[in-house]
Design a protein around this ligand. Sequence first.
Ligand code: ZN
Length: 182
Amino acid sequence: MRADGTIGNALYGNPDGHGKRSRAASLALRGRSMVSKKVATSGFERSASMAFKTITVKTENEQQMIDITQQVRLVVRESGVKSGVCRIFIPHTTAAVTINENADPNVRRDILTRLEQVAPSDGTYLHTEGNSHAHIKSSLVGSSVSVFVEAGQLVLGTWQSVFLCDFDGPRTRNVMVRVSDG
Ligand code: ZN
């Protein structure tokens, strides 16, 4: 390390000496990696207050959006995490998760109607299982969302909810929720 506290050109300073580092530079780099190890360790310790839970939802219709915000809030509360991130992932290829308006149910109807126009249920597809439209809708909407957690609460807008979208129901669907500290 140089007097000014940087390792600066120690790695690249000598064009004819690639790979050759001064002993001082090597020590500085070693010291540096110990610092990052320490950071990683403290991150690992923080992961003690992390929760993972699978929510099970029975859908009722062939295509619908179900508000799962309360179930997600419960996982956040049980986790004890005060400040962090809540990740919500759905492990299905014909369902999705999204965040959208919870007040006017017509918003959900409009979303489903428009998706149906993009990928009609009775359209012609190569996939022989008969649910290609659901695979397409699932990819368009996405399989995960993240929400910040502050003061032990999900940080959602006033009109926002987390929705499970089933495009090939009715089925029993799983939604994985991980709450991480920090
Ligand atoms: Zn399929």
